[in-house]
Write a protein that binds this ligand. Structure first.
Ligand SMILES: Cc1ncc(C[n+]2csc(CCOP(=O)(O)OP(=O)(O)O)c2C)c(N)n1
Ligand SMILES: [Mg+2]
Length: 443
């Protein structure tokens, strides 16, 4: 039967039929009338085509289930090897020295900020933190390929994207310290950044909520015809949520200019990928939605850059969604509420930290070109740490936001019940003021 299907695909089936070949088909007679007289038209069952509106397909006459691995072993696109050498010169994005140094500096600055804020949480100075260790290449490679007016929806582990866009250290710190400078007015948990100026939609923790929201934004962008794209970041764990399906399907059917960027970092908290899904990762799902898809080496900043740049260009030109699955590894714990030594070995983590790291790979590339050496590294490490420490000290000293901001921005105008809650809070604080550190708050 497979051979027969092959014949049909190559058009030989049609040839046989034209020559009157009876083959495997059964001859039937189709009745029709001309001027009241009944005639019979012979036809071959193999000529029948399915007419169902839900699929483009052929009939087959043998029971055969489709193997789940028909889409498997999707290759991983990369530009550099682990030593930072370009494998195929034609794929080198040939970024300027200035741009490469900027990428490297953003990746390492993110590292330094993570270290300081992680330690701050450990010392009880902030309530919570999530590091980005090991995934710096996915952040910076994608952010560098976007334009400033593209709209970004993140999950929570994409601080490097925001940093590349120009979000200052002071605002990162203000958000984590929930101080009066925080753009979110201190009302979110740490790492839930957002910036209207930088087109970075505020993070929401319930997994995958951003995916249908991003699809809707992409539909709006398409209607305004503004030559921009929406990019939506999510983890491979979030891709198991129903909202991911809704977002993918709406984007494909409404033909939206969106890049779905999956950071496949091997874990959803303690659940490894081999317990999360049975197919070939997230890229394999793209064809099921009728979506262009690619898998890239997320630790290769140039591969991520090239894939995002091309997906951006085509998403806008052709009004269609693209799915990028960037393979990487979460080197840090899931968050400060997690201890990953309970579910993975030190050797496993060390491999990624020491032998396949996006930062060292880019550094090898820069060193080979004579753009970076020990001296530059030492100076930059010192300087970036100083910047982070200064921002951290400023944030810690700053007052917390005015307390009644808790109640604003729920609706454009405060509703009577919210007004009542606000009054109740002030009354409570009047009675029990000695129980609260009110001097820490803006008046
Ligand atoms: C709807 C919902 N369910 C569960 C959680 C708890 N939770 C927070 S992060 C996370 C794992 C997500 O993994 P992944 O999407 O791979 O992102 P990663 O943390 O690896 O970057 C889970 C289960 C949540 N925040 N929201
Ligand atoms: Mg994950």
């Amino acid at each position: 039967m497979a051979a027969l299907r092959g014949l049909y695909r190559t058009g030989l089936g049609a040839l046989c039929r034209r020559k009157g070949y009876q083959g495997f088909g059964v001859t039937h007679y189709r009745p029709f009338r001309v001027n009241g007289a009944l005639h019979q038209q012979p036809f071959d069952s193999l000529e029948e085509k399915p007419q169902f509106p839900g699929a483009s397909a052929e009939f087959v006459d043998r029971l055969e289930f489709i193997q789940p691995n028909v889409i498997s072993g999707i290759p991983v696109y990369r530009v550099m090897d682990r030593q930072g050498q370009i494998i195929n010169q034609a794929e080198d994005p040939k970024l300027s020295k200035e741009m490469v140094l900027n990428c490297y500096k953003k990746m390492t600055l993110l590292n330094t900020m993570d270290r300081i804020l992680y330690e701050s949480q450990r010392q009880g100075r902030i309530s919570f933190y999530m590091t980005n260790y090991g995934e710096e290449g996915t952040h910076v490679g994608s952010a560098a390929a976007l334009e400033p007016n593209d709209i970004i929806f993140g999950q929570y582990r994409e601080a490097g994207v925001l940093m590349y866009r120009g979000f200052p250290l002071d605002l990162f710190m203000a958000q984590c310290y929930a101080n009066a400078d925080d753009l979110g007015k201190g009302r979110q948990m740490p790492v839930h950044y957002g910036s209207k100026d930088l087109n970075f939609v505020t993070i929401s923790s319930p997994l995958a909520t951003q995916i249908p929201q991003a699809a809707g934004a992409a539909y709006a962008v398409k209607r305004e015809n503004s030559n921009r794209v929406v990019i939506c970041f999510f983890g491979e764990g979030a891709a198991s949520e129903g909202d991911a399906h809704a977002g993918f399907n709406f984007s494909a059917t409404l033909e939206c200019p969106i890049i779905f960027f999956c950071r496949n970092n091997g874990y959803a908290i303690s659940t490894p990928t081999n317990e999360q899904y049975r197919g070939d990762g997230i890229a394999a799902r793209g064809p099921g939605y009728g979506m262009m898809s690619i898998r890239v080496d997320g630790n290769d900043v140039f591969a991520v850059y090239n894939a995002t740049k091309e997906a951006r260009r085509r998403a806008i030109a052709e009004n269609q969604p693209f799915l990028i699955e960037a393979m990487t590894y979460r080197i840090g714990h899931h968050s400060t509420s997690d201890d990953s030594s309970a579910y993975r070995s030190v050797d496993e983590v060390n491999y990624w930290d020491k032998q396949d790291h996006p930062i060292s790979r880019l550094r090898h590339y820069m060193t080979a070109r004579g753009w970076w050496g020990e001296e530059e590294e030492k100076t930059w490490r010192k300087q970036s740490r100083k910047h982070v420490m200064e921002a951290f000290e400023r944030a810690e000293k700053r007052h917390k936001p005015r307390l009644d901001l808790l109640f604003s921005d729920v609706y454009q105008e405060m509703t009577p019940n919210i007004e009542k809650q606000k009054e109740a809070m002030w009354n409570h604080l009047k009675h029990y003021k000695e129980q609260y550190p009110l001097d820490l708050y803006d008046k």
